[in-house]
Design a protein around this ligand. Structure first.
Ligand code: NAP
Ligand code: MG
Length: 491
């Protein structure tokens, strides 16, 4: 049963709005600020420092100094892990307040912030804390009288640019492996959702991270983000966001040959066979698309349903959409909040119009919900074909497209016919079929009889234009370490 929230939890205090550079909280050098908006009410929450190239330069210098000269570089690996665990503990102590801050800034339902974003953030930091003292090199039997071994070293100063759909969780996915490996960080959070990242930076200070190890510069993508990408003293860029900006980042990083890891967009196929547990498949497909207001890079946005069960399946989804509870994100019963901002709201509504014009059948939703806040009704299109825009482009909203298929050979081809390759799912009771399709799908993650089953230990990332590199798990450390080969003559 839903219970009323304490007023304090509804109105979290906004404490940090400045840049954190070299351990000091400071206004942007230009003095500029930007507004962060509550998407449920369209009201301004706070004015946040608008960092640009000048602030990024200071932050990079602070991160470089912390990397080369500070206590961080001399710290025992196990003690880095201890600091990370302490940060996770502090986040856990403030779980209610942080979940409320996330809901205020992003609009996601408080039930999701509390049950998903916060616990997964804490879990990710603890998972990587355990890796800090387990990054081993090897001894290598080379020809000749030599002793050859490898060392895994931090890359150095890493620039991290994150999106607004899972603000805190993205911080943990970026900080976790970077800190475990001993790097120092300059992070630019998304302009739409800077508040929880800044709060986490404050908690990192309290946990005892030395000054300059974690620097946060809020600001806009092309200015603050662009300056970070081009800065000659940044060794690596890690980015999550749109494929278009991913391309700009690769180009920007080319002149200094920065290491680049990218987690980009998707148009993930979710394939439902007639021999699956249809109720489970419908519930999983519903969750896999509408969760987080459809604002997931891995949303199952091309839902392929076998002909034989198509109509039954559509009914199930439509009935779930009819019951979905939209409204105040701070109401613990609310399942769907607003889209993150006006721009995203307009973009998603634009795709709904396109879908209608392209001849898809709008079975549920299709309109704005309410008259305040950026809410969109859970929308379901059927009669969608592969060539329609709504089946090819990333919508990033609560818009499901159902496509029909007849057999297994056809479906694998159609599922792979996209420039993206982030995730995919298959629903069937036939074990051999499930594994065969899992092998053939060109996607970084394949879920079988489940969707969005994430774990800090399981790598995640994209094939094709969905990205470069992997986050999470042991593979997530690859992007944050250099291998050094040392060869000693024994003569
Ligand atoms: P975006 O522009 O790719 O934003 C992601 C991050 O990159 C933000 O911090 C953004 O800063 C920054 N950025 C933007 N332009 C940049 C540049 N030229 N150089 C360096 N950094 C830059 O995404 P969006 O505009 O918020 O959303 C657009 C679409 O991207 C969505 O509709 C969705 O399709 C996709 N998206 C994907 C993911 C994902 O998880 N893969 C997440 C979010 C959005 P500012 O926000 O401050 O401009
Ligand atoms: Mg943008």
């Amino acid at each position: 049963m839903a219970t009323a929230l304490e007023p304090k939890t509804r109105k979290p205090q906004v404490r940090e709005t400045q840049c954190l550079i070299g351990g000091k909280w400071q206004a942007a050098k230009s003095g500029k600020t930007f507004e962060t908006i509550n998407p449920a009410t369209e009201e301004v929450i706070a004015n946040v420092a608008e960092g640009d190239a000048a602030d990024i330069d200071m932050a990079v210098k602070a991160a470089r100094n912390a990397f080369e000269n500070g206590p961080w570089g001399k710290m025992d690996a196990r003690d880095r892990g201890k600091l990370m665990n302490r940060l996770a503990d502090l986040i856990e102590e403030e779980l209610d307040e942080l979940a409320a801050l996330e809901t205020l800034d992003n609009g996601k339902p408080i039930r999701d912030s509390r049950a998903a974003d916060l616990p997964m953030t804490i879990d990710c930091l603890r998972y990587y804390a355990g890796w800090a003292d387990k990054l081993h090199g090897q001894t290598i039997p080379v020809r000749g009288n030599y002793f050859t071994y490898t060392r895994r070293e931090p890359v150095g100063v890493v620039g991290q640019i994150i999106p607004w759909n899972f603000p805190m969780l993205m911080v943990s996915w970026k900080w976790g492996p970077a800190l475990a490996a001993g790097n120092t960080i300059v992070m630019k959070p998304a302009e739409q959702t800077p508040l929880t990242c800044l709060r986490m930076a404050k908690l990192a200070q309290e946990a005892g991270f030395p000054d300059g190890v974690i620097n946060v510069v809020p600001g806009y993508g092309p200015t603050a983000g662009g300056a970070l990408v081009k800065h000659p003293d940044v060794d690596k860029i890690a980015f999550t966001g749109s494929t278009e900006v991913g391309q700009i980042i690769m180009q920007g990083a080319a002149s200094t040959i920065k290491r680049v890891s990218l987690e980009l967009g998707g148009k993930s196929p979710n394939i439902v066979f007639a021999d699956s547990d249809l109720d489970a498949a419908a519930a999983g497909a519903h969750f896999g698309l509408y969760f987080n207001q459809g604002q997931c890079c891995c949303a199952g946005s091309r839902l392929f349903v076998e002909d034989k069960v198509h109509d039954k399946f559509v009914d199930k989804i439509a009935s779930m959409n009819g019951k979905r509870k939209l409204g105040d994100p701070f109401d613990p019963a609310t399942e769907q909040g607003p889209q993150v901002n006006k721009e995203q709201f307009d973009k998603v509504m634009g795709y709904i119009e396109i879908g209608k014009k392209e001849g898809a059948k709008c079975v549920t939703g299709g309109d704005r919900w309410g008259d305040k806040g950026y809410f969109i009704e859970p929308t379901l299109f059927t009669n969608v074909t592969d060539k329609m825009k709504i089946a090819e482009e990333e919508i990033f909203g609560p818009v499901m497209s159902i496509l029909r298929f007849k057999d297994i050979d056809e479906i694998v081809q159609r599922a792979n016919k996209t420039n993206y390759g982030l995730a995919a799912a298959v629903w069937t009771r036939d074990v051999a079929k499930a594994h065969l399709i899992a092998k053939k799908l060109k996607a970084g993650t394949v879920w079988v009889n489940c969707y969005d089953a994430f774990d800090a230990a399981a790598p995640f990332g994209g094939f094709k234009m969905s990205g470069i590199g992997r986050e999470l798990g042991e593979r997530g450390l690859d992007a944050y370490t250099e291998w050094k080969t040392v060869t000693v003559s024994l003569d």
